[in-house]
Design a protein around this ligand. Structure first.
Ligand SMILES: [Ca+2]
Length: 641
């Protein structure tokens, strides 16, 4: 067959592969001949993973080569009797192999001429040249065009290139500028049977998704013989993303609070302003603007995922310090991640902290009564409960409780009173002074000095007015002055037993008491004024041994006075009104209502007073009528009005 001008190329460096060197371009001579074309019969496919067909990244493949298509492409060609008779009888297969990676992406394509088991066979008569090539997009029809559509590099083959006894093999490399190759078996004019023929072509990954044509021909132009169109399935790995999101240039601090700053900006995209980016890195600093150079030193703040490009984004950066200058910056990444440059770096100063809340206002409980031992008997255990609830106790004791007996008694009773206070608050600081209390009437200011005693947090005003006696007539030693007499206009004035001040009218007295409460405890409704009940019916004694007598006249005068400055004058103070001696007379309207703990609290308060008074004066008040006092200890009755 050497007469047909076939050039034998230089052999490749090894039978299994070749490098770019040593390729030769070769053309067979032109011969016009008919050929027999056999129908293509697909005889088998290996399934391609369905996920590999789509555009998204498939997963879950075993990396390696797999056969994805196989066709029997046997044919018999004879030149039709022109002597010398040439013929070629190919019995073989063409197979498509693909190499996939673990993600099922196609990373290699190989077209293989081979046999069903170990290579194809070719029976040659005469001197035909049988050529194996890969064509795209169409098979060639003129041998002169064999290289026009040829692709693929001959990667391995058998028999080896060169002369054999009855035939020769040519490996023609670089038959076009793309470097496509051709595998040719040449008849040498004697009958030849060539077996175990293999010609493996490596194809560009570009062909994934396209159709290639395996073409065997006898040339030149004797027979186009066999063309097999083969679709190349699968997906190649998308090109790597190296484009970062666009740099944000409109980051702004929209508002600042004490501990937060609201940032706004426009979302960039995955690639510049296109596609959706994957994450933000938002940071702040107190050292100055954030740049690419110092961004890593900023404090990161968690940010949501980017929205679609062009969307207005906002983020409230919280947990900041007050009155502090902050700079902010952000950068954006795609999924790779490719990071954008750091944005512009706006700044903001957080607001000053709010002023500390004012200390909780003292809530006062005011207890107004006539004598040093009244609140223990009638207004407890409410006094103790108020103290335990955090209220501050203000006591106003209007009379000296002197009983006409002078300072030896009333002085001792004030000390005994303090024993009850100690019973509530423990042993604490004890200070006393005359406090001037003033009120304004018309255009004039009226003032009185009143003895104030502060024990612990408790405040007591001892007004030391003359004891009015059990019938309100007063005592000779104090000029028969009494509160009820002053109230009723029976006396023009009343003077404290210590001579400290004189009240020139009932109004002068009640306005002074009003001023004490207002000065010390304020005028708000959180202050509760506790006083004996002004209701005569509630305070009367029903069917008692005293025969329908009423409460102590001093008590009722204090009740009237307190009524005047509260309900009577429309004060804001809350009010609670207490039943006095009726509870000690065991009036049927006021049954026992203290439990054992309350009883004990109440008794302890009074007995502290009693025992101190006994120590100072020898008077044992409790011992004089225990049952009477026990009745008191078992009851406390008051109402809100
Ligand atoms: Ca990108």
């Amino acid at each position: 067959m050497s007469g047909d001008g076939v050039a034998i190329p230089s052999p490749p460096p090894a039978a299994s592969s070749h490098s770019g060197g040593g390729r030769e371009r070769r053309r067979l001579g032109t011969l016009g001949m008919a050929c027999l074309v056999f129908l293509l019969i697909a005889i088998g496919f290996s399934p391609i993973p369905a996920a590999a067909v789509g555009g998204s990244a498939p997963t879950g493949c075993t990396p390696g080569w797999q056969k994805v298509a196989q066709f029997d492409n046997s044919f018999l060609w004879t030149d039709g009797g022109v002597l010398p008779v040439d013929s070629a009888h190919w019995q073989g297969f063409v197979r498509l192999f693909e190499q996939v990676d673990a993600d099922c992406y196609v990373v290699g394509v190989s077209l293989r001429y081979t046999g069903p088991l170990s290579g194809g066979s070719l029976i040659l008569t005469g001197s035909p040249a049988v050529s194996f090539t890969v064509q795209h997009p169409s098979p060639f029809s003129q041998y002169a065009n064999v290289g026009v559509n040829a692709y693929g590099e001959l990667a391995s083959w058998n028999p080896p290139a060169g002369g054999h006894i009855t035939y020769s093999v040519s490996t023609n490399f670089g038959i076009n500028p793309r470097g496509a190759d051709e595998f040719v078996i040449n008849g040498l004019g004697v009958p030849a049977t060539v077996t175990n023929i293999r010609a493996f072509f490596t194809l560009p990954l570009d062909f994934v998704g396209k159709t290639i044509v395996a073409q065997i021909h006898v040339g030149p132009n004797k027979c186009l013989c066999k063309t097999t169109s083969i679709g190349v399935p699968g997906t190649t790995r998308p090109p790597a993303d190296t484009t970062p999101p666009a740099r944000v240039t409109d980051l702004a601090a929209a508002s600042a609070g004490t501990d937060h700053v609201l940032l706004v900006w426009t979302a960039p995209g995955d690639d510049g302003m296109s596609g959706q980016a994957s994450q933000y890195d938002i940071r702040y600093s107190t050292a100055g603007p954030l740049t690419d150079a110092n961004f890593a030193q900023g404090t990161a703040f968690p940010a949501p995922a980017p929205a679609s490009p062009g969307t207005s984004e906002s983020l409230d950066v919280t947990g900041l310090a007050a009155s502090t200058h902050y700079w902010f910056g952000l950068r954006t990444a795609d999924e790779v991640p490719n990071w954008s440059p750091v944005s512009n770096s706006p700044d903001a100063v957080t607001s000053a902290p709010p002023p500390p809340p004012p200390p909780p206002q003292k809530t006062w409980a005011v207890y107004v009564h006539a004598h040093e031992d009244d609140w223990q008997l009638f207004m407890s255990p409410n006094t103790v409960a108020d103290f335990q609830a955090g209220r501050t106790l203000l006591f106003i004791i209007l009379t000296a409780g002197d009983g006409g007996s002078g300072s030896s008694i009333w002085g001792a009773r004030e000390e005994a009173y303090i024993a009850s206070i100690q019973n509530i608050v423990g042993t604490l600081s004890d200070t006393s002074q005359s406090t001037t209390i003033c009120y304004t009437t018309g255009t004039s200011q009226v003032c009185h000095g009143i003895w104030e005693r502060d024990y612990g947090t408790t405040v007591t005003f001892f007004m030391r007015l003359p004891d009015g006696n059990s019938d309100g007539s007063g005592f000779q030693s104090t000029g028969f002055q009494s509160l009820p007499k002053l109230r009723d206009g029976a006396i023009p004035s009343i003077t404290a037993v210590d001579g400290s001040t004189t009240y020139t009218s009932w109004q002068d007295l009640y306005l002074t008491v009003e001023a004490v409460i207002t000065n010390v405890a304020g005028s708000g409704q959180n202050t509760v004024v506790n006083a004996p009940d002004f209701d005569r019916t509630r305070q009367s004694f029903e069917g008692m041994t005293c025969g329908g007598c009423g409460d102590h006249p001093d008590h009722l005068a204090v009740a009237d006075l307190t009524y005047t400055i509260t309900i009577g004058r429309g004060a804001s103070w809350s009010r609670e009104w207490y039943i006095d001696y009726s509870i000690c007379w065991a009036d049927s309207r006021y049954p026992v209502n203290m439990d054992s703990a309350q009883y004990q609290v109440k008794k302890n308060l009074f007995m502290a007073y009693n025992d101190r008074l006994k120590a100072l004066t020898g008077i044992d008040t409790y011992a004089q009528q225990p049952a009477f006092w026990e009745n008191c200890f078992q009851r406390e009755y008051y109402r809100v009005a």
